[in-house]
Design a protein around this ligand. Structure first.
Ligand code: PGA
Length: 252
């Protein structure tokens, strides 16, 4: 059975006060939930330890990015092993904001995936097409290329540490969401690519991200190949985030 996961990416938002209030509120909201969803909070790196303390082991914690190296003279960078050391169990890799604003390439994404997995972190690999690419009919080709490149650094049993988040760039932070049908079609196509690579595709959780809100989450999560969500804006309010976690269908 693949895992159902809802991950909240705080991006560059938050403060010590927010950590102290929001994590507890999320934990209380999740207390009555029995749908088996795994919840992950991904704050800015400076707040990871605070979130780990507040999470009490009930909510997993991740970082938003890791370096291409294990240690050394790389000012400002954070290694995957450091994230693991302070209690993280996941990292995002290749979020579209990293790719677009910081020039992260498919090759660097693959290296980061390798570092994350070798350090024992789960890698949430983010893929997605731009609006121009979708309008040119190239969405599946682009996403498939991103998946293939990232997968080049994944071997054998490491697939159990991999999660893929499909996030169409045009849907991130815009209030526009892919329709549940379009998202499902892309998720099925990603699963087919994984199968063609010899990965255990049916065991790999595929998340949808891009303007997921309390009122559209249930339709997305009801799709057979959508195993949860990567949530940006709506992860900063406990009620919204918990409602999204609640929208994951229970185990059948
Ligand atoms: P959003 O962000 O939910 O605010 O659209 C999603 C993401 O970037 O992961």
């Amino acid at each position: 059975m693949r895992r159902k996961i809802v991950a909240g990416n705080w991006k560059m938002n938050g403060s010590k006060d927010l950590v102290n209030s929001l994590v507890g509120e999320i934990r209380s909201g999740l207390a009555s939930l029995d749908n088996g969803v795994e919840v992950v909070i991904i704050p800015p790196a400076l707040f990871v330890s605070g979130v780990v303390d507040q999470a009490g082991g009930e909510v997993a914690v991740g970082v938003q990015n890791v370096a291409c190296w294990d240690s050394g003279a790389y000012t400002g960078e954070i290694a995957a092993g450091m994230a693991r050391d302070v209690g993280c169990s996941y990292t995002l890799v290749g979020h579209s904001e990293r790719r677009q604003l910081f020039g992260e390439t498919d090759g660097q994404v693959a290296v980061k995936v390798g570092r994350a997995l070798a350090s024992g972190l789960g890698a949430v690999i983010c893929v997605g097409e731009t609006l121009e690419e979708r309008e040119a009919g190239k969405a599946e080709e682009v996403v498939s290329g991103q998946v293939r490149e990232a997968a080049s650094e994944v071997g054998g049993s490491q697939w159990s540490q991999v999660v893929i988040a499909y996030e169409p760039v045009w849907a991130i932070g815009t209030g526009k969401t892919a329709t549940a049908e379009d998202a499902q079609a892309m998720h099925a196509s990603i699963r087919a690519v994984l199968t063609s690579l010899g990965a255990p595709a049916d065991e790999i959780s595929l998340l949808y991200g891009g303007s997921v809100k309390a009122d559209n989450a249930a339709a997305l999560f009801a799709q057979p190949d959508i195993d949860g969500g990567l949530i940006g804006g709506a992860s900063l309010k406990a009620d919204d985030f918990v409602s999204i976690c609640r929208a994951v269908p229970g185990r059948s």
